[in-house]
Design a protein around this ligand. Structure first.
Ligand SMILES: [Zn+2]
Length: 53
């Protein structure tokens, strides 16, 4: 089972983690990238750590 949460501007449902739409090959939103979530979490963690010094 593949998770298709986000759709492209062409209305094609994109597979989660796909960098580009498989239909029109436009690049997807950052929210569709898997690495975006750990990266955001890591940045927030580092920021919180710096603020709590
Ligand atoms: Zn598309």
């Amino acid at each position: 089972m593949t998770v298709r949460v986000f759709s492209c501007s062409c209305n094609h449902k994109m597979r989660f983690g796909a960098g580009t739409c498989s239909y029109c090959f436009r690049s997807s939103t950052l929210l569709n990238r898997i690495w975006f979530y750990p990266l955001t979490f890591a940045s927030l963690f580092v920021l919180a750590w710096l603020l709590l010094q």
